[in-house]
Design a protein around this ligand. Structure first.
Ligand SMILES: [Zn+2]
Length: 95
């Protein structure tokens, strides 16, 4: 999948409104893997996928419940990401 296709897909994420979490600017550059960098202030804003990736990167594989509690991403969104193939479920844990 090309970066552009990936971006289109990520932009459709329900939780992500394409605005910088710090200054509210909508001038964001997609950096890959669920990360968007603000062209105005340089702060990285994560979408749901980015938040989950970050959590797993730090804590290792985790159950959906742990991820929901830690990231605030809903079970529905987690299921959507699994359906889309962005996340994998291995033995009841997200990897
Ligand atoms: Zn900003």
């Amino acid at each position: 999948m090309s970066i552009n296709q990936q971006m289109q897909k990520l932009i459709r994420d329900q939780d992500f409104n394409n605005k910088c979490k710090s200054c509210g600017s909508s001038d964001l550059k997609y950096e890959g893997l669920g990360e968007y960098k603000c062209r105005k202030c340089g702060i990285i804003t994560l979408n749901s996928y980015g938040k989950i990736r970050e959590y797993i990167g730090v804590n290792g594989i985790a159950t959906p419940y742990e991820i929901m509690a830690a990231t605030g991403v809903s079970r529905n969104e987690i299921n959507n990401l699994i359906d889309k193939g962005d996340l994998k479920m291995v033995g009841g844990r997200i990897a």
